[in-house]
Design a protein around this ligand. Structure first.
Ligand code: PRP
Length: 186
């Protein structure tokens, strides 16, 4: 499936599972004896989130937010809109925001600034992927699954025009898909 759209597999199911387990262990150590509210940012982080929370061995509550910074293409618009807020207050709670990818950093900078105003006991960010070369604002995640080059990645929750989120691996999208003129030039 998707033979033409996939340039190559970047991380296999096994590599992903091993890294997610390590992240879960690290979080479990850091929050030993404490409760933590894991906040999933819809929609890209859902798959990672579901795997990660099951690797955490402390008291966990889950909640969801939806922010949007992208249009329908491959680049960010720089604007962040909160489309769905948390269901419960986070005052006095340990909160970890879970993302699929930090790209320009715009979304997480805006989201964490907002969440800090609600006075959580602590606030950290766990992102499955990080593309530091794309950063436009000063933002650093606390827990990172994999640092990657500036390539368009799909799968394991990540999409291109809402497709490919169901791929179990992380793959690099063939440039022909988002630059159709390449096909003509070939
Ligand atoms: C993606 C991703 C992050 C954000 C990262 O979300 O899930 O939230 O963009 O980009 P940034 O660091 O440049 O802000 P998107 O708006 O595509 O929504 P999705 O999670 O539904 O795919």
């Amino acid at each position: 499936m998707y033979e033409k759209e996939i340039k190559r597999v970047l991380f296999t199911k096994e590599q992903i599972a091993a890294r997610v387990k390590e992240l879960g262990e690290e979080i479990s150590r850091d929050y030993a004896g404490e409760s933590v509210t894991m906040v999933c940012t819809l929609r890209g982080a859902t798959i990672f989130f579901a795997d990660l929370v099951r690797e955490i061995k402390c008291d966990v509550e889950i909640d969801f937010v939806a922010c949007s910074s992208y249009g329908s293409g491959t680049t960010t618009s720089g604007e962040v809109k909160m489309q769905k807020d948390l269901s419960s207050p986070i005052e006095g709670k340990n909160v970890i925001v879970v993302e699929d990818i930090i790209d320009t950093g715009t979304t997480l900078l805006a989201l964490t600034r907002l969440l800090k105003t609600r006075n959580p006991k602590s606030l950290k960010v766990c992102s499955f992927l990080d593309k530091p070369s794309r950063r436009k604002v000063d933002f650093k995640g606390d827990y990172i699954g994999f640092e990657i080059e500036n390539e368009f990645v799909i799968g394991y929750g990540l999409d291109y025009n809402q497709k490919f989120r169901n791929l179990p691996e992380v793959c690099i999208l063939a440039p022909e898909v988002y630059m159709p003129d390449l096909n003509k030039a070939l």
